[in-house]
Ligand binder design. Structure first.
Ligand code: GLV
Ligand code: MN
Ligand code: MN
Length: 416
């Protein structure tokens, strides 16, 4: 098996055009995207991707979680495919690249191989995983999680959004529920290209992150119950203010994460306050604490401290507190051979590179459980992501996608 030649490059302009075209689907309010999973905009984005894949000669597969698979044949009927991909769904105030770069970078590989009439022994399959973001339906990476056998499909289909609409019903409604049994595909390897979503590569002036590990994640849903009462006439000592209880627990979350600095982060991104009326002291709050660390013992310690500390805070305030584990995964170690394919691709192409631990969760974190997996990262401006202002340059995108191309070709084996 020989490595692809150093001059083999994909078309960075065409990749960029595809990113800009996809960004027109489900526009946000500030230049980014709101293409949340299983919305009409998601369906439209899927359709566009499907059209592009089909006009590149791919056959399309769709599983019962709505995961999409675009396949370019290999020369060996018995060789398992090399998979690439990520997700097309976005946060409510998402950027144009989070996830999308990995899917369209995969498509650009197919287009380039077609242009150059390059054949590979292993088929190449570009994947769009459903609901990576987890905004509408918790937990994140739900469909890659079902694919990898982490979650039961029935359970996933019954997850509800804030309106009580079931995942399975929405998947049917938008017309993207397939027949294929989720997870029955076997992969030779999986590679995911993604923007870093953090500041390290840009600060270091490095083109490529070779992702060796992913930090673990823990989502705990906290429900604090007090009593709704009038904000004007309830004497201060008589208040059972769940909102204040949450504020104190969130201070604790910050303290817990900082106590493990620099190996941990923590915050609550999802907060519901009830009844959310200006002149009612909140009687109930529900929020999700997101703790992350590359070290499992740190995650376990943070969960324990949250449980004990939240109870202590709420007991003192006459509030009740319930904690429910909503999802999460242990820290991930990617496959050394796939990681080396990424590193040697960056080296061969003359790109500066460094090893990275992914701060964010990715479909690759679950797929790593069922196939040899690695990730390629490119910088993003100011490390900003999960924000409509998320930005990358065309050169960064092309460099990342070229490293993906070379790692994939080395693994899929060019046939002369
Ligand atoms: C996914 O975007 C995550 O890291 O939560
Ligand atoms: Mn992502
Ligand atoms: Mn994301």
């Amino acid at each position: 098996m020989s490595a692809p030649g150093v001059n083999l490059k994909l078309n960075g302009d065409r990749l960029w055009d595809a990113l800009m075209e996809m960004a027109k689907v489900g526009p946000g309010i500030a230049g980014g995207n709101n293409r949340q999973t299983l919305t009409d905009a998601d369906a439209q984005g899927r359709e566009l991707f499907k059209t592009w894949c089909q006009s590149s000669g791919c056959s399309m597969g769709l599983d019962q979680m709505g995961n999409m698979f675009a396949r370019r044949e290999g020369t060996d009927k018995n060789a398992l495919p090399v998979y690439v991909g990520s997700h097309l769904d976005t946060q409510p105030t998402g950027g144009k690249y989070d996830g999308v770069l990995g899917v369209l970078g995969g498509l650009e590989i197919i287009r380039t191989l077609n242009d150059l009439s390059i054949k590979t022994k292993h088929p190449i399959v570009v994947t769009n995983f459903t609901n990576e973001e987890g905004t509408r339906y918790a937990p994140s990476m739900l469909a890659s999680g079902v694919f990898a056998g982490i979650y039961k499909q029935d359970w996933a289909h019954k997850r509800v959004d804030s309106e009580g609409i079931k995942f399975g019903d929405e998947l049917e409604r938008i017309g993207w529920s397939g027949d294929e049994v989720t997870g029955e595909r076997k992969m030779h390897a999986f590679f995911e290209l993604h923007i870093e979503q953090g500041p390290i590569l840009e600060t270091e002036g490095v083109d490529i992150g070779v992702v060796t590990h992913g930090q673990g994640l823990s989502w705990t849903q906290v429900t604090i119950t007090g009593r709704d009462s009038h904000t004007g006439s309830t004497p201060m000592p008589m208040r059972r203010n769940a909102g204040l209880g949450m504020a104190r627990v969130l201070e604790l979350v910050e303290e817990i994460a900082l106590s493990h600095s620099p190996h941990a982060v923590g915050a609550a991104g999802h907060i519901d306050v009830y009844p959310n009326s200006r002149n009612v002291i909140p009687g109930k709050v529900i929020f999700t604490v997101d703790f992350r660390s590359p070290k499992l013992d740190v995650i376990l310690d943070m969960e324990k401290k949250l449980k004990e500390g939240a109870k202590e805070i709420c007991d003192k305030m006459g509030l009740t507190v319930e904690l429910e584990q909503l999802g999460g995964f242990d820290p991930v170690t990617f496959d050394p051979k796939c990681v080396e394919a990424v590193r040697s691709a960056a080296e061969r192409l003359g790109h500066s590179h460094m090893d990275l631990i992914s701060g964010a969760g990715h479909d690759a974190c679950w797929i790593n459980k069922v196939a040899p997996t690695a990730m390629v990262m490119c910088p993003c401006v100011d490390g900003l992501s999960h924000n409509e202002a998320e930005e990358i340059t065309k050169d960064w995108a092309a460099a990342g996608a070229n490293v993906l191309l070379h790692a994939v070709l080395e693994t899929a084996e060019i046939v002369d």
